[in-house]
Design a protein around this ligand. Structure first.
Ligand code: PMP
Length: 447
């Protein structure tokens, strides 16, 4: 089909996520992918420096994953999770091996779903424990936890919320640590402790008997790559324990090797009460998500009384083909040692990009594993966020040279100025060299 006619049909019929159709910048129509590269309908190749939306961890075009889906669909395409099946059982067991613990695994389809499940479990758990007032969920500004009403209510990015009120009630936010923008007269460690203690104070001022759970990512990804000092996460865990508040860790982006460990929270040596996963779980070949729930929380749902059952049916959740793909995806990650590869490539990117820090518009470069952020500013001293035009031009220039990078932050607050890089964990050395060389060219041209 002619490109022009495809674009026309797309414009007429498809409502894209986020941006409307734009004649100057029509959406890319992607045809195929191999490794870290995608090809559009015109045959142009791009290195996908964002792994789609941070999810194609093992890269595109994996025959083994296609085969796993095909074999399972041919044998048995669907079993609802009111029953069970072999891939769901094997995957749950495998995830517990990776978590080095024993959680109960609840399946659904998306990261948003997985977080909704966690919020509902938290509220019902407290209710069944005689703490019916514990309904509030605390999260952070700048965090993204999904698009459905509950997950959106936990999201702390203004743009994603303000058009959709009233949102779910009982959601509170506090500021996350932003080490690049911390006050000068305080150490990173002390600043992070302060930010953690604000969570403790909020819990107390709101009355601790009303707080059900805290949800956070190991680091804020979509809100601009805000990597906490370990004392922050550890202190939040301590505060939650002290006040009987459940700690939900959102591993939707950080899981499955993205940060250089199997799960992001493993950098901090904590034991979350619930863990949500999606994206890299199947490398996005099929939709699947998981809420891992501490065993003793699950126990309170086991009574014979129907009232104590968890009212959450999800027709597609735990789809056998998706579970089979997840198992094969994890097998690939292990065989190719992709968690270590993520740590190694992330370090190489940071080392190589370090020289760009002298650039007048780069305020900060930070990363952990294959999650790298470049914070664009108008002025290094005032740290005024880079303008939309400046950030947009850098992204367009990368794309013109065959490199897709991301932009993250929060549009309304003006902090939508963090360029992001999260290529597949399976990227080859030459892919990483390509990313580095394009970024150096683009920043040189935009001095
Ligand atoms: N949590 C985080 C941290 C995410 O980044 C996302 C998606 N970008 C979600 C949850 C929601 O996932 P989904 O889009 O699959 O609903």
């Amino acid at each position: 089909i002619e490109m022009q006619s495809l674009v026309e049909k797309d414009r007429k019929n498809v409502w894209h996520h986020i941006s409307p159709y734009s004649a100057e910048n029509p959406p890319m129509i992607v045809e195929e992918g191999k490794g870290s590269w995608i090809t559009d309908h015109n045959g142009n190749r791009y290195l996908d420096g964002m792994s789609g939306l941070w999810c194609v961890n093992v890269g595109y075009g994996r025959e083994e994953l296609a085969q796993a889906a095909y074999d399972q669909i041919k044998k048995m395409a669907y079993t609802p999770m009111t029953q069970s099946h072999l891939p769901a059982i094997q995957l749950a067991e495998k995830l517990n091996e990776m978590l080095d613990d024993n959680y109960m695994i609840f399946y659904s389809n998306s990261g948003s779903d997985a977080n909704e499940v966690a919020f509902k479990v938290a509220r019902q758990y407290h209710q069944q424990n005689g703490d019916a007032n514990r309904i509030k969920i605390l999260s952070r500004y700048r965090a993204y936890h999904g698009s459905s009403m509950g997950a959106l209510s936990a999201t702390g990015q203004a743009l994603r919320k303000y058009k959709y009120e009233p949102l779910s009630s009982g959601f509170l936010h506090v500021a996350p640590p932003d080490n690049y923008r911390k006050p000068d007269n305080i150490s990173v460690e002390e600043y992070n402790l302060q930010r953690a203690r604000e969570i403790g104070e909020t819990i107390i001022w709101e009355q601790k008997e009303t707080i059900a759970a805290v949800i956070m990512e190991p680091l804020i990804t979509g809100g601009g790559i805000l990597i906490p000092h370990p004392v922050y996460v550890q202190e939040v865990e301590r505060i939650c324990k002290r006040h009987g508040v459940l700690l939900i860790i959102d591993e939707v982006i950080c899981g499955f090797g993205r940060t250089g460990k199997t799960f992001g929270h493993q950098h901090f040596n904590i034991k979350p009460d619930m863990i949500t996963m999606a994206k890299g779980l199947t490398s996005a070949y099929l939709p699947l998500s998981v809420t891992a729930i501490r065993k003793d929380i699950y126990e309170t749902f086991k009574s014979k009384e129907e009232n104590s059952h968890f009212r959450h049916v999800n027709t597609f959740g735990g789809n056998p083909a998706a579970c089979a793909v997840a198992l094969k995806n994890i097998e690939i990650m292990e065989k190719e040692n992709l968690v270590d590869r993520s740590a190694e490539l992330g370090e190489r990117l940071l080392n190589e990009l370090d020289e760009l820090k002298i650039h007048p518009y780069i305020g900060d470069i930070r990363g952990i594993g294959l999650v790298v952020g470049i914070e664009i500013v108008e002025d290094k001293h005032t740290k005024e966020p880079g303008s939309k035009e400046r950030v947009g031009k850098l992204i367009a220039d990368c794309k013109d040279r065959g490199l897709i990078i991301g932009k993250n932050g929060d549009t309304v607050s003006g902090y939508n100025n963090i360029l992001t890089l999260s290529p597949p964990l399976s990227s080859k050395d030459e892919d990483i060299e390509f990313i580095i060389s394009i970024l150096k060219q683009v920043f040189n041209d935009n001095m």
